[in-house]
Structures are given as C-alpha cells and as structure tokens.
Design a protein around this ligand. Structure first.
Ligand code: COA
Length: 145
C-alpha cells in the first residue's frame, strides 16, 4: 500500500538515496536536502511503500504563489499513480493555505513530466531557450488553484 506523508529533515537520508538513484550526478547533495527539509518555506511529501521512500514532491511557497522544485518516483514504482497522489496531497495543503498559483520549470524534452503536469491541469505560459544548456530549453508551466 502507498502512503503519502509530510516529510521533515528526518527523511533526508532516504530522500537523498532516492534522489541519487534517479538524478545521478545531477542530484541534490545530502546537505542541500537537509536544508530544504528544514526550511519553513518549503513543503515536501514522500510516498512510502513498506517503509521505503519511493517518491517525493517538493515545493517552495512564496506568499500566495508556489513553485514546484521537484517531483520524482523510483524507477520500479512508476506509472502506478504515485506522482499524481503526491501532487494531490501537496495541492490540498496549498489550497488550504491560500496559495493561488503553482508554477514550475521542466526540460522541454522530459516527456513523462510534461505529460504528468498537463494531465494535472498545468498549461505552458512561457519558454526559456537554452535554460538547461545547449539546446535544452525550459518550459514554464502554471496552474491556478
Ligand atoms: C515524471 C514522474 C515523476 C511520473 O511519476 P509516476 O508516478 O510514474 O506518474 P503517475 O503514475 O502518477 O502518472 C501520472 C501521469 O503522468 C504521465 N506519465 C507518467 N509516466 C509516463 C510515461 N512513461 N509516458 C508518458 N506519460 C507518462 C501520464 O499523463 C500519467 O497519467 P495516466 O496514468 O492517466 O496516463 C516519473 O516519471 C519520474 O520520476 N521521472 C524522473 C524524474 C523527473 O524527471 N521529474 C520531473 C522533473 S523534476
């Protein structure tokens, strides 16, 4: 069974392990994960299966506006609705706290993520050419809550 839990700094090691598996050399350092999870302006949720962290979502709240920093699900547990469940939990909390808009940036060639966000009701508002390096553009997506 999948359980979605609000994460604090106690989850840093578990989250770092998953982050390394998924993003390899581009992963956040353990130190930055500890900082993220300790920062009052950040919200993180983790998805657990049998006490193992298999996914997470993180957001940065800036007044009534929020930016999703990351969403990721372990390779072995993809396409089971975990990312959607993580977003739903985050979105419920943001709505309750009065957040009106969620924005995010995603690589233009990240088909799975763009499909996920479109499915969740995000729409493209702009594009930043070469934002992630040569010929890798950022697509900026937004959703009103
Ligand atoms: C993007 C990601 C988080 C999706 O996680 P997931 O748990 O597999 O997603 P879900 O099962 O909740 O799927 C939700 C929707 O996402 C889209 N989606 C997920 N996997 C997909 C795939 N392989 N191809 C196309 N669309 C896909 C679909 O729209 C899907 O809706 P549907 O089931 O109704 O078709 C996952 O692929 C991942 O961790 N990727 C690597 C990390 C990453 O790139 N994160 C985003 C940038 S930080």
């Amino acid at each position: 069974m999948i359980t979605i839990i609000k994460a604090d700094a106690l989850y840093s090691q578990n989250l770092y392990r998953l982050e390394k598996d998924i993003f390899g050399k581009d992963c956040y350092s353990l130190q930055s994960i500890v900082q993220e999870l300790s920062d009052a302006s950040r919200i993180y949720y983790v998805a657990m299966i049998n006490n193992e962290v298999v996914g997470y979502i993180g957001a940065n709240i800036i007044m009534d506006y929020t930016e999703i920093m990351k969403i990721a699900v372990s390779q072995n547990h993809r396409q089971k609705g975990i990312a959607k469940a993580l977003f739903k939990e985050l979105s419920n909390e943001l709505q309750t706290s009065g957040v009106k808009t969620i924005n995010l940036e995603v690589k233009h060639n990240n088909i799975e993520a763009i499909s996920l966000y479109t499915n969740l009701g995000f729409r493209q508002i702009s594009k930043r050419a070469n934002y992630y390096g040569n010929n890798i553009h950022a697509v900026v997506l937004s959703k009103a809550l």
